[in-house]
Design a protein around this ligand. Structure first.
Ligand SMILES: *[C@@H]1O[C@H](CO)[C@@H](O)[C@H](O)[C@H]1NC(C)=O
Ligand SMILES: *[C@@H]1O[C@H](CO)[C@@H](O)[C@H](O)[C@H]1NC(C)=O
Ligand SMILES: *[C@@H]1O[C@H](CO)[C@@H](O)[C@H](O)[C@H]1NC(C)=O
Ligand SMILES: *[C@@H]1O[C@H](CO)[C@@H](O)[C@H](O)[C@H]1NC(C)=O
Length: 443
């Protein structure tokens, strides 16, 4: 079967067909979801991001009893072998291996104190009734992760700037960052494009700039606005929205994401090299892995050869947690607490994309070391996999089960994350990495 050899983890032959159909389903789901989110951005994709100018305008569970017990540590492909015991033995902290532990102190901001939360991710305002999902913190094995220190972060970032490059999950993340930082200073928006996909905020008192740059596929691509259309993906042209601005930022965070699961025709040098799930059966099926790998390679090539050397974070794959179906088929995510280690290890697509990411990151990091570029892996997949309770689910809209509303028709979102919610931890991880890099000092 075409595309089968693109699947890089062992799949019995009989499972291959099933697996491909899983990908197909995920692609449909994702396409549909993004279509819903961005139907209002029709035709606006080509608008460029112009330059900004500074100054413009409960219960505490025991911590992992299984440390020396019999529960096995489930390793995702590519994850360091024995990360846990390595932590313990060397006294060195791998902040991405750990568990979620109960934290009665709860979130540091709420829907009332932060005005930057997207309505579809504002679970509090939308009336999500269960609250337990708010009372966990990420505890790496062998060390503690400090709470995000907004004062310290902002004062260390004086005269600096960050770009967040990617899709709606990157947007989800920048909104968490805005909520954290607005506790200290309320930023002003100094730029947005027409569909509000590219936006820049400025913290006057800290001369600090934070930008969201919309580039869900990182390379040039057409037909994003309608999931019924095949995306035309250009493997040899990076999206200018981010490359044109790259030299302006001191810090960059980027990621790939679920857009790579959509049906697409893949171009290089003005010729079609293949496709994924496309209608024309004469075009070679590439699978989902090939385009993602090539896009990451091109992105890293740009970054490692650029004269400009910001501190770059690559955030790993973010999983969905649909159960009982998918986006379009009544899938839900109604769990109210995290998984225990080993209880859930992700869907096949999570493993495939993760492997691509780790392989390409490792190659790029070697190149970066030679050329003086600075690349960091923000490896959030594992800790995100353990949080099926962190998505809006039905509470992507206001009061979905309210009077007069048909429960049969509630669309669930098990892709994005509630704010406040588990991805607030991503900021804490960044904080820790910045301290380790000497970008933030606690003297
Ligand atoms: C925040 O959520 C609560 C319910 O959890 C709601 O009563 C309140 O009105 C919300 N605030 C805003 C500003 O939406
Ligand atoms: C982590 O914090 C807990 C509670 O404050 C403390 O008991 C423990 O010793 C800390 N662990 C490390 C490795 O610092
Ligand atoms: C703000 O920061 C930029 C560097 O990002 C610097 O060039 C500029 O002089 C700073 N402005 C002020 C008012 O300090
Ligand atoms: C989640 O939904 C499933 C299917 O409708 C149901 O069986 C289950 O009890 C629900 N779980 C919770 C925690 O509500």
């Amino acid at each position: 079967m075409a595309g089968e050899d693109e699947v890089s983890f062992p799949v019995p032959k009989s499972k291959a067909r099933q697996l491909l159909s899983v990908f197909f389903v995920v692609a449909l789901v994702t396409g549909f979801s993004f279509c819903l989110f961005y139907f209002n951005s029709l035709g606006s994709y080509v608008s460029r991001c112009p330059t900004y100018s500074n100054g413009a305008s409960t219960e505490v569970r025991t911590e992992h009893e299984d440390l020396h017990g019999c529960a096995s540590y489930i390793r995702l492909p590519g994850m360091p072998l024995d990360a846990k015991s390595k932590n313990l033995e060397q006294g060195k902290c791998d902040i991405f291996s750990g568990s979620w532990i109960g934290d009665p102190s709860g979130p540091v901001y709420t829907n009332n104190s932060c005005s930057f939360i997207h309505p579809h991710q504002n679970c509090m305002s939308n009336g999500r009734p269960d609250k337990e999902y708010l009372y966990w913190r990420w505890k790496p094995y062998g060390c503690n992760l400090s709470a995000f220190d907004s004062f310290k972060f902002l004062s260390s970032m004086r005269d600096k700037s960050w770009a967040f490059i990617g899709d709606s999950v990157i947007r989800n993340h920048i909104q968490s960052m805005l909520c954290h930082l607005s506790k200290v200073e309320e930023p002003v928006e100094i730029y947005h494009d027409e569909p509000y996909q590219c936006r820049t905020w400025y913290f006057v008192n800290h001369n600090f700039t934070l930008a969201m740059i919309w580039a869900p596929l990182l390379v040039k691509a057409e037909n994003l606005q309608d999931a019924k259309l095949e995306i035309q993906l250009h493997l040899d042209m990076l999206e200018e929205k981010w490359t044109a601005q790259y030299c302006k930022y001191d810090f960059v965070i980027f990621s790939g994401g679920q857009w790579f699961l959509r049906k697409m025709v893949v171009w290089k040098d003005n010729a079609i090299v293949g496709c994924h799930n496309c209608e024309d059966s004469s075009i070679k099926e590439l699978g989902i892995e090939y385009p993602y790998r090539k896009v990451l390679q091109l992105t890293y090539q740009f970054m490692t050869s650029s004269e400009h050397k910001p501190l770059v974070f690559f955030r790993t794959w973010t999983p969905d947690h649909f159960e009982y179906g998918e986006w379009y088929s009544g899938g839900i995510c109604n769990r109210t607490r995290p998984y225990d280690e080993g209880q859930y290890t992700g869907k096949p697509v999570d493993h495939v994309m993760r492997l691509v990411e780790l392989e390409e990151f490792e190659k790029a990091a070697a190149m970066a070391e030679e050329g003086g570029a600075r690349l960091k892996l923000l490896d959030t997949l594992h800790l995100s996999l353990l949080r099926p309770d962190g998505h809006p689910g039905a509470y992507r809209t206001l009061d979905p089960f309210g009077e007069g509303k048909s429960t049969a028709k509630v669309q669930n979102d098990c892709v994005h994350w509630c704010l406040p919610g588990p991805i607030d931890t991503w900021d804490e991880l960044i904080m820790k990495m910045l301290v380790d890099e000497g970008e933030i000092s606690y003297s």
